[in-house]
Design a protein. Structure first.
Length: 107
């Protein structure tokens, strides 16, 4: 794959759970890879939920083919957090399309 279409810098992260100093569960995100990608927004939905304006955004994020990317991980694109819902590999083209979603609550 030519590098031209991969113009966006993203970070793939995995969730891990540990305990804080008093034994309470602590959820953290650890960087797995810093990658070049092509982020394409496929849809957006705004709705009023529980008296708050909520925004749901779907995106397709294309990266070079690699192993170890799974649903449940997340992609950071700037300050936007995308949860990976599906991983669609295409070995012949040398790419993976990540089906992602984000939910941002706005007050």
């Amino acid at each position: 794959m030519k590098s031209g279409p991969l113009r966006d810098r993203v970070t793939v992260q995995v969730q891990s759970t540990s305990q804080d100093d008093i034994g309470q569960p602590l959820t953290t995100w650890t960087d797995v890879a810093l990658l070049w990608a092509n982020v394409q927004y496929t849809s957006g939905l705004s709705a009023i939920r529980s008296g708050m304006d909520a925004s749901n955004v779907k995106a397709s994020i294309r990266i070079r083919y690699r192993t170890g990317i799974n649903p449940g991980m997340r992609v950071m694109f700037g300050t936007t957090e995308f949860s990976i819902e599906a991983v669609l590999p295409d070995k012949t083209a040398g790419v993976i399309d990540l089906v992602c979603a984000t939910k941002n609550a706005q007050s």
